[in-house]
Design a protein around this ligand. Structure first.
Ligand code: ATP
Ligand code: MG
Length: 580
């Protein structure tokens, strides 16, 4: 590609509306442009990288035995009503209607469509297992679209779906997908980790997320440096403290705590350590109201409550009038004693004795509360957020906390969609059974900024060889001078012929502009043809990591120069996985 003809509007100034480096660089390097919040156009350079990522994902899916299809973006509401998710997906779903007022969604995911596709024809155990996948746009009206194509409202995803007659068969395909994901992320040169994950709206079964490590990533994960345990913080397990307090149980006492509405305020006022005060939250769930209790120094993890209850979501009661109706008190004074609703308490507070809770009477707390005597119906589960200092539940090593970007997820769906949409096959005995399903997503468009987030410096992007938009930049200085131009054109043709994808900078710009652009857009190798070099009989080769070498051109033979160039650029570079 000749740069003089290439649509590559790079920016000199750093865009002020971008926070993350990957977002800034994608704008600066002329890869993407914003249309409206969370909606982007790809320019030639951005589209080229996106396609490269897409192709690696496609190759590994095919290698894993999945078959590529293409499903529609417009999805009838009817199917979502059948699965019960029309309401559950909520405002994230883009909804529209046709001229006859029939309702549709722009596909945020495709479980309903794929189950509908196969349910009439995938009827015999002999046809299973089967894995289908597509690479297609998804639409989600994200509450906070951010960081360019990292979290957008229209984005490219690879989604695969598998159908099975047994859990063992699902386990096998799940492992094949896990391995394929590993190959994809390794080929992309990512520093990644797979973590246990909540399955949320998708299913409820076992799930793992693939995380690209990045300090600015949106997701927090915990990793054990000793055993192989790694988890999304939302469901992280840790060693719970089980030290029984050996104290006598005292008599419960109501004490006035006027205007003391926070744990700290109550702790100071009553001179009680904050960990001996139990916090109460009331949640509305599909099954009615429940109370959730954690220690005064801890935070509640809603996802743990959701997972325990097995409902798609829960909603905290958060208005004064509602809380008063339920408990009889204002927020600062609510507590579990006497509440006639299911009570879930965090395992860490099971060992507390003589603790303090709100009295369900505004301006009062109860001191010396004890489980058996005062809250006999409490059920103990893991409810609090994991925190620094917590130890691995497997091996007792202190857990490490990292930030990361979610680039893919695997889900064991079980029969959620096949049951609700009647996706059935006939087994060996002639009985009808629902398929057991799995689904597997990769955020292809998110992968591009994720790769950049791990590979940049002050000059710009540093592409790994597997996705670089061009294998090298052939920079012709003083392009108007006929001898540099001539050699540039010769080498350009020769390198193209040898299969390299070369960006020829034949513009009449200054050397500085040319070097800066090549570095900004992240090309791994620059070949520099300048008048001074030619006088000395050399051309220069410089890698994006700063290693320089020279090639003699005195032979005057293009093929000899090309051979030497090829040799110079084929040296493996640190941080790259495949040769140029
Ligand atoms: P997130 O938690 O980041 O919103 P998700 O868990 O809802 O993502 P999945 O349904 O697991 O997303 O989708 C599969 C993959 O698609 C994700 O792992 C992620 O890489 C990508 N993805 C999801 N939402 C977006 C988005 N709004 N923009 C870009 N990529 C996305
Ligand atoms: Mg996910």
């Amino acid at each position: 590609m000749k740069l003089s003809k290439y649509y590559l509007p790079t920016l000199k100034e750093t865009p002020t509306d971008a926070e993350l480096e990957s977002h800034k660089l994608m704008l600066k390097a002329g890869m993407i442009r914003k249309v409206t919040a969370g909606v982007y156009s790809y320019l030639p350079l951005g589209f080229k990288v996106l396609k490269k990522v897409e192709e690696i994902v496609r190759e590994e899916m095919n290698r894993a035995g999945a078959q590529e299809i293409k499903l529609p973006i417009i999805q009838p509401a009817k199917l979502w009503q059948e699965s019960g998710r029309w309401g559950d997906f909520g405002p994230e779903m883009f909804k529209l209607s046709d001229r006859k007022e029939n309702l549709f969604a722009l596909g945020p995911t495709h479980e309903e469509i794929i189950t509908d596709l196969v349910r009439n024809e995938l009827n015999s155990y002999k046809d299973l297992p089967l894995t289908l996948y597509q690479i297609n746009d998804k639409f989600r009206d994200e509450i906070r679209p951010r960081h360019g194509v990292m979290r957008s409202r229209e984005f490219l995803m690879k989604d695969a779906y598998s159908f099975h007659t047994s859990q063992e068969s699902l386990d096998e395909t799940y492992q094949d997908m896990y391995d394929a994901y590993g190959r994809v992320f390794d080929r992309l040169g990512l520093d990644w980790v797979a973590v246990e994950a909540p399955s949320g709206l998708m299913g409820g079964g076992y799930s793992q997320e693939f995380m690209a490590l990045a300090d600015e990533g949106a997701e927090e994960i915990v990793v054990c440096s000793k055993c192989d345990y790694a988890s999304n913080v939302e469901i992280a397990k840790y060693q719970t403290s089980s030290n029984e307090e050996k104290t006598d149980l005292k008599k419960t006492k109501e004490v006035a705590t006027p205007g003391k509405e926070t744990i700290d305020a109550v702790s100071n006022y009553l001179d009680i350590p904050s960990w001996k005060i139990v916090k109460t939250f009331i949640y509305r769930t599909d099954e009615g109201l429940v109370a959730a209790l954690v220690g005064g120094d801890d935070d509640l993890e809603e996802m743990k409550l959701i997972n325990h209850l097995g409902t798609p979501k829960v909603e905290m009661v958060s208005t004064e009038s509602e809380i008063k109706e339920i408990t009889g008190a204002d927020f600062g004074s609510i507590g579990p004693v006497g509440l006639d609703i299911p009570i879930y308490a965090d395992l860490d507070i099971k060992s507390l004795t003589n603790f303090t809770v709100g009295a369900n009477k505004t301006g009062y707390h109860l001191k010396n509360v004890n489980w058996e005597k005062d809250i006999p119906n409490a059920k103990f589960i893991n409810l609090r957020k994991v925190k620094r200092g917590d130890r691995c539940h497997n091996c007792g090593t202190k857990l490490d906390f990292h930030r990361s970007i979610e680039v893919g997820q695997l889900f064991q769906l079980g029969k959620k969609y096949s049951d609700s949409l009647e996706g059935k096959y006939q087994d060996q005995q002639g009985e009808l059974n629902s398929y057991i399903m799995g689904c597997y997503g990769i955020g292809i468009s998110r992968l591009v900024p994720a790769i950049i987030q791990q590979n940049y410096d002050n000059q710009g992007i540093k592409w790994t060889n597997s996705v670089t938009p061009f294998s090298m930049a052939l920079i012709v200085l003083d392009a108007d001078v006929s001898k540099t131009r001539k050699l540039g054109n010769k080498l350009y043709k020769g390198l193209n012929k040898r299969g390299y994808d070369v960006l020829l900078d034949d513009r009449s710009s200054s050397p500085g502009v040319k070097f800066n652009d090549a570095d900004l857009i992240g090309i791994p190798v620059k070949i520099i043809i300048g008048p001074r070099g030619l006088d000395e009989g050399i051309i220069e080769v410089e890698t994006r990591t700063g290693e320089k070498s020279e090639i003699g051109i005195d032979s005057g033979k293009t093929e000899t120069i090309l051979d030497e160039l090829e040799q110079a650029i084929s040296k493996p570079e640190a941080g790259t996985n495949t040769p140029v």
